[in-house]
Ligand binder design. Structure first.
Ligand code: MLT
Length: 264
C-alpha cells in the first residue's frame, strides 16, 4: 500500500500493474480489500489503482458530513498526485458508484469508461435519509458494534451466506475496524447525494452496468433501467451474487470487466 496527502487527508491506496488505468472504488462501509481478486487478476494487463476512501480502511478520517462530491474530488486529486492525465476507466460499487456518477458529473473529460457495479442513480427517499442520520448518531454514540450484523445479510446472497463463511468473516472484520466517524460522515454524505437519474442520458463514455442477480440494495430491475437510460451502456447480470458481486463471483465480474476494457 502507498500513502499520499491530498485535500488535507492522508489517503492509502494500492497501485499495481502497468497499462491503461482502472480505478476501483469500494462500497460502504468497506475498504479497498473488497477488490483484491480484481486487483490480482486485472493488474496483469492494466494499471489498477484502488484507494481506501477518506474515512475507511487505512485512510484518514474526517468529521462532519463527507459528501460524494468530496470523495470524487479526492479521486481526482489522487490521479493528479500520480500525474495521471490520460482518461481512465472508473469502476465503483454501490457507494463507489454514487461517487463514480459524481466524478462523471464533475470530471467527464477524465473518463474513458465507467463501470457501475451494484449501485443506483437515484438519491435517498426522505425515510432512507432519516435512517442514515439515525445510523450516524448510533455509531457515534455506541460505536460500530452491531453494524456488521445489520449489514451483512443485505450485502450477500443466501448462497454466499451459506457457503462462503470466509467472505463473511473478512467483510465483518473490515466493517468492525472502520472508525465511527468514517461510517457516520459517509452515511450523512450519502443521505445528501444528488439524484442523477435524469442525467443518465448525458453520459457519453462507454459504460458497463453490472449487478448481482439477488442484489437486495440495488435491485437488478432498477440497474437494468439505469443501463437503458445510458446511451452507450452494456448491462450484465451476474448469477448467484447479491450486492457484493465482485467478491461473490469474481471470475464472472473479472471476465465482464476484461471484455469491456478490451472493447472500449
Ligand atoms: C454500499 O454498499 O456502498 C451501500 O450499501 C450503499 C448504500 O448504503 O446506499
Amino acid at each position: 500500500m502507498y500513502t499520499c496527502t491530498i485535500n488535507k487527508i492522508e489517503l492509502s491506496f494500492d497501485d499495481r500493474g502497468t497499462g491503461p488505468v482502472l480505478l476501483l472504488v469500494h462500497g460502504f462501509p468497506l475498504d479497498y480489500t473488497m477488490w483484491q481478486v480484481q486487483i490480482d487478476a486485472l493488474s496483469a494487463r492494466y494499471r489498477v489503482i484502488a484507494p481506501d476512501l477518506r474515512g475507511f480502511g487505512q485512510s484518514g478520517v474526517s468529521h462532519g458530513v463527507v459528501t460524494m462530491k468530496q470523495l470524487a474530488d479526492d479521486l481526482a486529486a489522487l490521479l493528479d498526485y500520480l500525474s495521471i492525465r490520460e482518461p481512465i476507466v472508473l469502476c465503483g460499487l454501490s457507494m463507489g458508484g454514487y461517487i463514480a456518477l459524481e466524478f462523471w458529473h464533475n470530471f467527464a473529460s477524465r473518463l474513458r469508461g465507467l463501470i457501475l457495479c451494484d449501485t443506483r442513480a437515484a438519491n435517498d427517499s426522505p425515510e432512507a435519509a432519516a435512517n442514515r442520520s439515525t445510523l450516524a448518531q448510533r455509531v457515534l454514540s455506541e460505536g460500530v458494534h452491531g453494524i456488521a450484523d445489520t449489514m451483512i445479510p443485505k450485502l450477500f446472497s443466501q448462497c454466499t451466506l451459506q457457503n462462503n463463511p470466509s467472505f463473511i468473516d473478512a467483510t465483518r472484520q473490515v466493517i468492525e475496524h472502520t472508525k465511527p466517524h468514517g461510517i457516520a460522515s459517509a452515511a450523512l454524505g450519502m443521505a445528501q447525494r444528488t439524484d442523477f437519474t435524469a442525467e443518465l442520458p448525458r453520459i457519453e463514455c462507454p459504460t458497463l452496468v453490472i449487478v448481482g442477480q439477488f442484489d437486495a440494495i440495488s435491485p437488478a430491475s432498477e440497474m437494468q433501467q439505469m443501463a437503458q437510460a445510458i446511451p452507450n451502456a452494456q448491462f450484465t447480470i451476474v448469477n448467484n451474487a447479491g450486492h457484493m458481486t465482485p467478491l461473490e463471483q469474481p471470475d464472472a465480474v473479472n471476465a465482464a470487466i476484461e471484455e469491456f476494457l478490451q472493447r472500449i
